[in-house]
Write a protein of this length. Structure first.
Lengths: 170, 296
């Protein structure tokens, strides 16, 4: 029909860019909330608040870096470290085990024995295998499970607000 | 003006009376050596009211021509649609007075030219300030197409213009997401108008999917702050979820209409990923990657 003035274009899905990983952002906000709603023993309240990420090349790691650059926990700076193997794990407050590193959970538990570290995972079933908090999806949304006994095993106290919103695992 | 018949009738016919002289004078003001469209307009308006010439098809033809030229004269954003309407009505009047093939063909030539100018005006006026003029062009164009091509579907005009309108405002909005929601509303309304008439329009389905998908992403990436407590986080997730769910049927429809379009595959992968359906997300991601491999 007549002269084409402009093309009726299909616009690009710019937001499907992997740099804009919504699930990673939501998990990062959850992790910050976990940090605020879990109490660590006194000796963990000085120095940096360390989050160890087991693996690399993840958009969540990038989100955590952004969070660490913007936020603190009380007077503690947040430090995010990524390790590619168990041997790289040092003193931490949280160890995040991404889905692809789930097989390492057993070794991680052995490695951190005697420390007060919140283990956070993201594979179904891992709250029964040693993690204190496990990300799950529920009704198309990000949700989480808590295994209180696993947290207490590491001398961690979980705030009741967090417990109320979690699926509790025994 | 290349219309030889008119030339013969007006210029070389002896001057019967003063009113025909005015008609001839009006014509002369449309010629490049004496071009003065404002004067031509005054003369032709008068001629179309005088008893001697008010029923003369040549007078109305001339009026159609002059108003078409007046409409075309300024840059598209400054054009007055009412002038185009006058041109259209004048040509119609000429054809009503005289139904001969010659008069019809002469006037249809003006209307076809007017249609092209209207189309050009639509595109030229399409910006965030003058866009209402573009919509007026759509209304004029519909009248013109109905008249020039009585058997043609007006739906295709609606689809074409609203599709362009939607694309334009979606692009403008995406340059500063969240800044001017009105632009997004115009885009959404425009695509809806397309889809009412053409539910199988791939671009409109895909772009609607993208509008809603991007709303959800923007909510999470720009409005969700690390300081949000768990209740607020949950609320944001709920709101984003409703956008993702709104996006999905449009993107699925676009996929159904063309399963081999990479952008749609990427879009579906992104939506399913955000809905935590990793299996489906991976399935569409793989299809889009396979397409890359096929193209190498």
């Amino acid at each position: 029909m007549i002269i084409l003035v402009l093309a009726f274009a299909c616009l690009s899905a710019s937001r499907t860019d992997p740099k804009e990983d919504t699930n990673a952002k939501i998990k990062a906000v959850y992790l910050y909330n976990f940090s605020k709603n879990v109490e660590w023993p006194e000796e963990y309240k000085n120095g940096s608040f360390v989050i160890t990420f087991v693996g690399n090349n993840s958009s969540l790691l990038s989100e955590l870096d952004k969070m660490a650059a913007q936020k603190t926990l009380g007077n503690q700076q947040i430090s995010v470290k990524s390790v590619s193997s168990i041997s790289g794990i040092e003193k931490s407050h949280i160890i995040f085990v991404p889905f692809e590193s789930s097989a390492l959970l057993g070794e991680i538990i052995t490695k951190i024995k005697g420390n007060s570290i919140l283990i956070v995972t993201e594979k179904p079933g891992l709250a029964k295998q040693g993690s204190a908090i496990n990300f799950i999806s529920k009704d198309n949304k990000q949700a989480f499970e808590i295994n209180k006994a696993n947290a207490e095993h590491y001398k961690l106290k979980i705030n009741s607000n967090l417990m109320k919103l979690a699926t509790l695992i025994e | 003006m290349k219309n030889r018949t008119l030339l013969l009738l007006i210029l070389f016919t002896g001057s019967v009376n003063a009113q025909l002289d005015k008609l001839r004078e009006a014509y002369l003001y449309t010629q490049s050596d004496k071009l003065n469209l404002d004067s031509a307009r005054i003369l032709i308006d008068a001629a179309c009211k005088y008893p001697e010439t008010k029923d003369d098809p040549q007078a109305w033809y001339m009026r159609g021509f002059i108003y078409k030229e007046l409409f075309k004269k300024p840059l598209p954003a400054n054009r007055e649609i009412s002038l185009g309407e006058e041109a259209f009505n004048s040509c119609k009047k000429a054809m009503e007075i005289d139904s001969s093939v010659e008069v019809k063909n002469n006037n249809l030539l003006i209307l076809k030219n007017l249609s092209a100018i209207t189309n050009n005006t639509f595109g030229g006026a399409l910006d965030t300030v003058n866009y209402s003029k573009s919509m007026e062009c759509l209304e004029l164009q519909k009248k013109l197409i109905r008249y020039i091509h009585p058997k043609a579907s007006i739906d295709s005009v609606e689809v074409y213009y609203n599709g362009i309108m939607g694309s334009y405002f979606q692009s403008v909005y995406e340059k500063s997401p969240g800044k001017n929601m009105n632009y997004l509303k115009i885009a959404e309304d425009s695509y809806n108008k397309v889809l009412i008439r053409d539910p199988s329009n791939i671009s409109a389905n895909y772009n609607m999917g993208i509008i809603y998908y991007n709303q959800a992403v923007s909510l999470i990436m720009n409005k969700l702050d690390y300081d949000f407590d768990l209740a607020s986080l949950n609320n944001i997730q709920e709101e984003a979820l409703s956008w993702f769910k709104k996006s999905l049927p449009y993107m699925e429809k676009a996929y159904q209409l063309n399963p081999h379009r990479k952008e749609t595959l990427i879009g579906l992968s992104g939506i399913y990923y955000s809905l935590h359906d990793n299996e489906k997300s991976e399935q569409f991601h793989k299809l889009s990657q396979d397409m890359d491999a096929d193209q190498k």
